[in-house]
Design a binder for this molecule. Structure first.
Ligand SMILES: [Zn+2]
Ligand SMILES: [Zn+2]
Length: 155
């Protein structure tokens, strides 16, 4: 069974499709994500870049300052500026796709909450979804299938 997930920016110029489920979904409560989104957290679906098909429109890269100095580039619709995905650490074979830009964001709930040390106090997390004060060890948390996909990507 092949599932695919269509998405778009707010003006509709950028249309894209994830050609499979992502490897993993992050809900990040760090202060960078809060500032970059103007919201309480960001939802990112981690997926191979070649499984993100740009069907219409153009994106432009916006490098962000980071505490670690490792690059973080947000890709935005050139018409309306909606952030549609990010690339971290210059590893452009992996995309962090903004789940809120999918046609059905509810289809991809978070697999993990990270940086909950800066989570806004009124955000209540569901029982049973792993949550970490900072980052986490993907080798212990990701399903084997997702780890295999990541290994295929980076070796
Ligand atoms: Zn747009
Ligand atoms: Zn973050």
């Amino acid at each position: 069974m092949t599932v695919s997930y269509p998405g778009s920016c707010s003006c509709g110029a950028v249309r894209y499709r994830l050609t499979s489920a992502p490897m993993f979904v992050h809900c990040c409560h760090c202060t960078d994500c809060q500032r970059q989104t103007g919201s309480a957290f960001v939802l990112n679906a981690l997926i191979e870049a070649d499984r993100v098909v740009l069907e219409a429109g153009e994106t432009a890269p916006y490098p962000q300052p980071t505490e670690s100095g490792r690059p973080h580039v947000i890709h935005r619709c050139t018409q309306c500026g909606t952030a549609v995905w990010s690339v971290y650490g210059g590893r452009d074979r992996l995309r962090f796709v903004r789940v809120g830009t999918l046609a059905e964001p509810a289809a991809l709930p978070p697999d993990v909450h990270i940086y909950t040390r800066s989570k806004l106090s009124w955000v209540r997390l569901l029982e049973g979804v792993p949550a970490f004060e900072a980052y986490y060890d993907s080798a212990t948390l990701w399903p084997a299938e997702a780890l295999a996909r990541r290994k295929a990507l980076f070796g």
